[in-house]
Design a binder for this molecule. Structure first.
Ligand SMILES: [Zn+2]
Length: 138
């Protein structure tokens, strides 16, 4: 859980003016104690419900992209029409529920270490992140 002082600092470091709307965005993103996965559409809905007022989509976009650039958020690559973001910026794996469009973290203990047998000359592996797609059983 953060304070608005922390959020103002985060916004300034990301090159953004700390407006009330942007602080509302920070609260939606960083107040939750656990990892938060979201699309821009999800986030707009959450903020508008919480603050009971409309927020400009452009403000949400530029804040999220500035935070991503600064490393406060990361984008999770999913072959989807919408970009997914994560407040957990460490390397980790995910389930993606194709029905609910929800991302669920997979912890290290949920996965055996992944061994990559192929080498690319002159290159080293930076990270391995797996996306496991889920479908309903019936
Ligand atoms: Zn995650």
């Amino acid at each position: 859980m953060g304070s608005s002082k922390e959020y103002i600092e985060k916004l300034r470091k990301s090159g953004l003016r700390p407006t009330k709307q942007r602080i509302n965005i920070c609260e939606a993103l960083f107040d939750a104690e656990k990892t938060f996965h979201f699309t821009i559409t999800d986030l707009v809905k959450i903020i508008e419900t919480k603050a009971n007022q409309k927020i400009s989509l452009a403000t949400v976009y530029n804040t999220i992209h500035a935070f991503q650039k600064k490393g406060y958020l990361k984008e999770i690559a999913i072959n989807s029409s919408q970009a997914y973001f994560d407040t957990n910026t460490t390397d980790h794996h995910h389930f993606f529920d194709e029905k609910s469009k929800e991302l669920i973290d997979l912890k290290d203990e949920d996965v055996h270490p992944i061994k990559i047998k192929k080498n690319i000359p002159g290159k080293k592996i930076k990270s391995v992140e797996v996306l496991v797609r889920l479908d309903s059983e019936n």
